[in-house]
Design a binder for this molecule. Sequence first.
Ligand SMILES: [Zn+2]
Length: 190
Amino acid sequence: MSKSSIDHYEQWQIALAIDLLDSFDPLFEVPEQRATLADLHQFLLEYGLSAEPEPDATDLATIQQLSADLREVVEVEDDELAAQRMDDLLDSVRPHASLIADDEGGWHIRLAAGAGLDPVARLSAEATLGLALALQHHGRDRLRRCAADPCREIFIDLSRNGSRRFCSERCSNRHNVAAFRERQRAREQE
Ligand SMILES: [Zn+2]
């Protein structure tokens, strides 16, 4: 499937989904990125979503649960189980479908969150659709977990040969340094 078939809106939905399920980074000073209502407020604004009415503690718990549920779709071993979990999540979404034309004369069904939803319902719907789109466009094997412990970041491997192992330069360097030290230690023990 060509990447050009993903439009901007879908890219936004996918980015939102991956960012939402990646709320924890043990290498940050404050590892949990969505721990407080202020964090959730900030997240909504970052993605251009309204933060009115202001989310409450129940909303925060809903989003934290969704984050864990979306993550499980990526991390669970079995494809069938992943599809089942994704279906369960999609069941709670009532998307609005429309047909849009691209520049090359192609047509695409676009699924958007329905109008009139409150911010957290909209965020939940867009992120759920976003993960489904990521699976459709990239495949579940391209949704990877960073290989440099203790990082657990999920990223989409868009490399041509599908060989990307780390979420970032930071983790790639960290891994290389650790591997180098490991080799040195082994040599010293010889
Ligand atoms: Zn990483």
